[in-house]
Design a protein around this ligand. Structure first.
Ligand SMILES: Cc1cc2nc3c(=O)[nH]c(=O)nc-3n(C[C@H](O)[C@H](O)[C@H](O)COP(=O)(O)OP(=O)(O)OC[C@H]3O[C@@H](n4cnc5c(N)ncnc54)[C@H](O)[C@@H]3O)c2cc1C
Length: 420
């Protein structure tokens, strides 16, 4: 007998799509998630796993712009644009440069904070629903500084965090050594951040949530969505590479860095770039760290996972389909050897990975309904914070689809904000 429940189709089985699916079930939907790869194998696979609500500053700020010319000339620098991709990325870059203006920056900070302030309660909620509570390492992160001057340069950022209730504490070199005995002894100081947790393994976390969703009656379909069709008012069907046409009732596009392609087919233009990041995961690194560590001199993070030490970071603009430049992964070892002097030389056991962060120019995600089609919602563009904001996004999307009011201004996350 056919189910009397409403049906939702979610495209994308990453942190965002699976979180949407779990919450839609709670709102009484039958859910089918479609992805060409198994749950948690896209960008949600190999990230640094940081659950970092205190990260409320925009990714692109004046400091990045001043360093940009030097970085662009260095293919192994923290941020790189492949020249061939530049014409395509230019409108996005110009929009990102516009976001550096103080008034726009403030709007972004408030938009990020509005999501971030509910991250931990949304994590508790989804972990309770999916039986994954033991997969989050609730130990706060530390940022390392080479000098007092480097620390002072971030005074402004710390002040903003404090404004939103995210506390920080200065840590002396002695305390640093006590907390993290394997880091270099010549750091001038550190900052302990409240709250900066990390997942023990982001990929297995997403997979475990998907398994719980399936146990609860949902379905995961492994297939490629080739196209999406609509009649100007509603999305009608998806065309799948293997299984052919699939009629949709309600549709959520959570396809990460590929979401703009589907949005375009569904009649809405947006701005999205694959901000490609790399990782090295070293099963037997020869050093031990106890928490998520960052270093003010370089972009990226060092994280202890259940599969080893992960060094992750960097930002490369090359388009979604360009081949990876594995030297960008190898360089992470050279960079973080400065922090962890006893890090073993790289060998074949190290895993190299590249993932496509779905990046918007204003560092805010897209969360909300289609401006054109009454049965379509979008959930993508979470850039550097898709693991952090997954559960919150899932809840917001499910609430919107159920017609429930929200206590945050969702206008900031509209899909068509870049062209209006
Ligand atoms: C190096 C690195 C470090 C990071 N560290 C952190 C961190 O510490 N904390 C944090 O919060 N975030 C971090 N991120 C960002 C985070 O990984 C992403 O924001 C997040 O994974 C995005 O999730 P998603 O579900 O939107 O995308 P994805 O996980 O990529 O999921 C989208 C899915 O859609 C599928 N898909 C797309 N198009 C189609 C189609 N047409 N048909 C079928 N399937 C389709 C893809 O196969 C994919 O599985 C990091 C990212 C990188 C690269």
């Amino acid at each position: 007998m056919a189910s009397s429940k409403p049906h939702a189709t979610v495209v994308g089985a990453g942190s965002i799509g699976i979180s949407c699916a779990v919450h839609l079930q709670s709102e009484g939907y039958d859910v089918t998630v479609i992805d060409r790869v198994p749950p948690g194998q896209g960008c949600s696979f190999g990230n640094a796993g940081g659950v970092v609500p205190c990260s409320v500053l925009p990714e692109f700020h004046a400091g990045v712009l001043t360093k940009l010319p030097g970085w662009l000339l260095d293919p192994l620098g923290p941020l790189h644009i492949r020249w061939r991709h530049l014409p395509k990325a230019l409108p996005w870059m110009l929009k990102a440069a516009h976001c550096v203006k103080p008034s726009v920056k403030r709007h972004i900070i408030e938009g990020k904070a509005a999501l971030s302030l509910r991250v931990l309660s949304d994590y508790d909620d989804i972990m309770g629903k999916t039986g994954t509570a033991d997969m989050l390492n609730r130990v706060d992160g530390i940022r390392l500084f080479d000098s007092e001057e480097q620390y002072r340069a971030e005074d402004g950022s710390r002040k903003i965090l404090r404004e939103f209730g995210f506390d920080q504490k200065r840590i002396s070199p002695g305390e640093l050594r006590e907390l993290e005995p394997d880091i270099a002894t010549d750091f001038a100081l550190g900052t302990w951040y409240d709250v900066w947790y990390s997942l023990k393994n982001p990929a297995t976390f997403v997979a475990a949530m998907a398994e719980a969703m399936v146990r609860n009656g949902g379905a995961v379909l492994q297939d490629d969505v080739v196209s999406a069709e609509h009649d100007g008012t509603r999305a009608l069907r998806l065309v799948l590479r293997e299984k052919g046409e699939m009629v949709v009732d309600k549709l959520v596009i959570a396809a990460g860095a590929y979401s703009d392609l589907l949005a375009k087919q569904l009649g809405t233009r947006t701005m999205l770039e694959a901000e490609r990041g790399y990782h090295l995961t070293i099963p037997d690194p020869g050093v031990k760290i106890n928490r998520n560590l960052t270093w003010a001199a370089r972009h990226g993070a060092m994280v202890p996972l259940d599969v080893g030490l992960r060094l992750a970071g960097t930002d490369e603009f090359a388009g979604v389909d360009a081949p990876p430049n594995w030297e960008r992964a190898n360089v992470l070892w050279k960079v973080f050897k400065r922090v962890l002097p006893n890090l073993r030389p790289l060998d074949d056991s190290a895993q190299r990975w590249m993932g496509r962060r779905p990046g918007t120019p204003d560092s805010l995600p897209v969360i909300g309904p289609s401006p054109m089609l009454e049965n379509v919602w979008y959930a993508f563009g979470h850039g550097h914070l898709g693991m952090t904001w997954g559960p919150t996004t899932g809840r917001l999307i499910a609430e919107m689809m159920a017609g429930k009011p929200s206590n945050i201004d969702l206008n900031r996350y509209r899909i068509d904000r870049f062209y209006n």
